[in-house]
Design a protein around this ligand. Structure first.
Ligand code: SAH
Ligand code: SF4
Ligand code: F3S
Length: 446
């Protein structure tokens, strides 16, 4: 019987990948996707717990969905509501206690069992909460369900979880311990994607450069995996995220110099430029260590674009600590970066500290940091004008004849091009810079 599912995704790229896989798992049950939550038979919120605001959004959306569900029940129509992802994992039965209209709650490690959970819900008439950790079984199970490629660029999770326990972060509690998928499994998924027309793969993991999956001859690593993936016919570009400074190996830096399919873009969060704060965060690296990695990456590939993540207002952060963060940003010269106000997360050590920073101070620091980063992003984009580089054409633009592609540095490029097709990798000369994208012109090889 044909049914519809609506999946709303919050949070990081790992959740985007998981949502794709939920769709894949549901397809054999007759579920097709709809972008209308009001008429869907099943609505899944794939949630994020990283900051307080992210978790709050889920409850307000659940309130809205409860009303839709009641209205539909009056017309004799059924609707199921599921909470997946990191809020599901962190809050479990608390969600069904607060929101009686929720039928299913499950975490990032149990969605492969969705068909079984839906059946249980139907058979028992009770809400079902399933938050066990079994990452290994999840990926084994998912192997029998191929990823439906919907674009020429795909995500592929190769590593999950985190053992680092930064004192501000919920991820080790919501995703569990670090786990790396075996090499053959990843190559298999990538080969299937390539056959479906995928040209670019972004390897995902909370600590992707800590990848240690089983290979033919013992434990592999990210650099070796990238090199193997680059031999798959059809795969033209490889990216990875998110990396941790502590796991940056010489091999991976060397791969950037040697492997032309590995894109010159590194997302390497640092969080703070103050060693005192980095220590309190339990990051396990100093600002100097971080800057050294950036320098070595740029020595390996001079056009390496750098991106990062920052937290302002971590407990005990002084003006001096914050100035050290600005200094680090000035030194790195980012192509892009994300920055957030510290948000207290229940159950994490930093949430217990008495020296929380005032919200007003946090906001002021965030404004200053974001201004500096925005200036650097603008400078980086302007420096691309007049340059020609390969762009992967990903989707149609809003205007007829227009296509949108990505530069090696992950910028979105608008191209006016007759006779160009999605999936092509073409030389584009950058002509101008807009607020959120660049514009370029097709420049055939001379
Ligand atoms: N594994 C990655 C990041 C995962 S979370 C890493 O180690 O860098 C993504 C980003 O959210 C983090 O880099 C951090 O900048 C931000 N973040 C995590 N917890 C936060 C919190 N409690 N408050 C504010 N920002 C937070
Ligand atoms: Fe969170 Fe730190 Fe792990 Fe990143 S390394 S996921 S910030 S605990
Ligand atoms: Fe959020 Fe979970 Fe990702 S908390 S950032 S969705 S790992």
């Amino acid at each position: 019987m044909s049914k519809t599912v609506h999946i709303k995704t919050y949070g990081c790229q790992m959740n985007v990948y998981d949502s794709t896989r939920m769709r894949d798992v549901l397809a054999p049950l007759g579920y097709s996707e709809t972008d209308d939550a009001e008429t869907a038979d099943l609505v899944i919120l794939n949630t994020c717990h990283i900051r307080e605001k992210a978790a709050e959004k889920v409850y307000s959306e659940l309130g809205r969905l409860r009303d839709v569900k009641s209205a539909r029940a009056l017309n004799g129509k059924d609707m199921m509501i599921a909470v997946a992802g990191c809020v599901g994992q962190a809050e479990g039965t608390e969600i069904t206690r607060r929101m009686k209209s929720v039928d299913l709650v499950f975490g990032p490690q149990t969605y492969h069992r969705l068909p079984e959970l839906l059946k249980l819900r139907q058979e028992t008439g009770q809400s079902v909460v399933e938050t066990e950790f079994s990452v290994e079984r999840k990926f084994d199970d998912l192997q029998s369900t191929p990823q439906a490629a919907t674009s020429v660029a795909a995500f592929l999770t190769i590593q999950e979880g985190c053992d680092k326990f930064c004192t501000f972060c919920v991820v080790p509690y919501t995703r569990g311990a670090e786990f790396s998928r075996p090499v053959v499994q990843i190559l298999g998924e990538a080969e299937k994607l390539a056959l479906k027309g995928v040209r670019e793969i972004t390897l995902l993991g909370q600590n992707v450069n800590a990848y240690r999956g089983a290979g033919d001859d013992g434990q592999s690593n990210l650099a070796r995996l990238v090199n193997q993936l680059s031999h798959i016919k059809g795969i033209e570009r490889i990216r990875y995220m998110t990396s941790h400074p502590r796991d940056m190996s010489d091999d991976l830096i060397a791969a950037h110099a040697a492997n032309k399919k590995l894109m010159p873009f590194l997302h390497l969060p640092v969080q703070s430029g103050s060693d005192r704060i980095l220590k309190a965060m339990n990051r396990g690296h100093t600002a100097t260590h971080y800057l050294k990695i950036i320098e070595r990456m740029r020595n390996a590939r001079s056009d390496m674009a750098i991106s990062g993540d920052f937290i302002v207002g971590f407990p005990g952060e002084t003006d001096e600590d914050f100035e050290a963060t600005l200094d680090l940003v000035r030194e790195v010269q980012y192509a892009s970066a994300y920055s957030f106000k510290y948000s207290t997360r229940p159950g994490t050590p930093a949430a217990e500290r008495q020296d929380q920073v005032d919200e007003v101070v946090k906001s002021e620091r965030l404004v200053r940091l974001q201004k500096l980063i925005a200036e650097q992003t603008a400078r980086f984009n302007v420096s691309c004008v007049g340059k020609t580089f390969a762009v992967l054409l990903e989707k149609p633009g809003r205007q007829t004849g227009q296509l949108i592609g990505r530069s090696p540095y992950l910028q979105s490029i608008h191209i006016e091009g007759e006779n160009l097709k999605i999936g092509q990798l073409v030389n584009i000369t950058i002509k101008s810079v807009g607020p959120n994208s660049l514009s370029g012109q097709y420049t055939p090889n001379q």
